[in-house]
Design a protein around this ligand. Structure first.
Ligand code: HEM
Ligand code: HEM
Length: 176
């Protein structure tokens, strides 16, 4: 059967899948860059992977906004969650996918430095004192919540595999 554009209660539709797997690839790239920053400091691989962190981060943020909108439009159609834990887990993924880049953008603004993404000037920057609370918020939370998101993603993948192997809810066929 051809894949529908919208979700159905048996499986996710085309748009949800493109968003899910496309963003999954971008997250692999984003976390490889973050890991390179920690483990491969001052190497060519670090500048290659880390060099796109802001651009890919802003791109992911735009995609997650579309994804939230799409999820809302499809709430009544989507495959039902297998458990309350699955529902809460997906909600937490959405929460962190929004919070992590938002906090980074607040810090970026507060630093007074300009931000260009894909040739578009998103922030023009300003002269004078940086805005301390904005910079400190990012310093405190951006990296930490970023790594928390990675841990949750790993848990998400493990749970998808476990559901496939151990229960008769093969959730992978809904998304893959
Ligand atoms: C969903 C998108 C994003 C994810 C998953 C993410 C993840 C991370 C992680 C895990 C770190 C910690 C690296 C370390 O421990 O050294 C980090 C650092 C950083 N990120 Fe992001 N990031 C995202 C978006 C952004 C955006 C949009 C910006 C800027 C506009 C940004 C700017 C930075 C900067 C400047 C650092 C280094 C300072 C720090 O550790 O907080 N990130 N990011
Ligand atoms: C190899 C990697 C991945 C696998 C095997 C995988 C598997 C799945 C499966 C099977 C579902 C459907 C679950 C259900 O119907 O109950 C799903 C949904 C979901 N996944 Fe993943 N996933 C992966 C990566 C990711 C990543 C990187 C994220 C980003 C945070 C993510 C976020 C979500 C969310 C939020 C849902 C709920 C449906 C939606 O709103 O799109 N997944 N995933």
């Amino acid at each position: 059967m051809a894949l529908a554009v919208m979700d159905t209660n048996k499986r996710y539709g085309l748009v949800s899948r493109v968003l899910h797997w496309g963003m999954a690839l971008l997250f692999v790239w984003q976390f490889s860059g973050a890991a390179a920053r920690v483990f491969l400091e001052d190497t060519a691989l670090e500048s290659f992977l880390w060099g796109t962190h802001r651009t890919v981060g802003v791109t992911l943020m735009s995609l997650v906004l579309l994804r939230v909108l799409w999820a809302l439009i499809n709430t009544s159609r989507r495959p039902p969650s297998v458990s309350i834990m699955a529902k809460l887990g997906h909600l937490a993924l959405y929460g962190l996918m929004m919070a992590v880049p938002t906090i980074a953008l607040i810090r970026q603004y507060g630093s007074g430095r300009a931000l260009d993404v894909w040739g578009i000037n998103l922030m023009s920057g300003f002269e004078g004192e940086r805005i301390d609370w904005m910079v400190n918020l990012g310093g405190l939370l951006h990296g930490e919540l970023g790594w928390t998101l990675l841990a949750l993603i790993v848990g998400h993948i493990v749970m998808a595999m476990l559901h496939r192997k151990l229960t008769n809810h093969d959730v992978l066929t809904r998304m893959a």
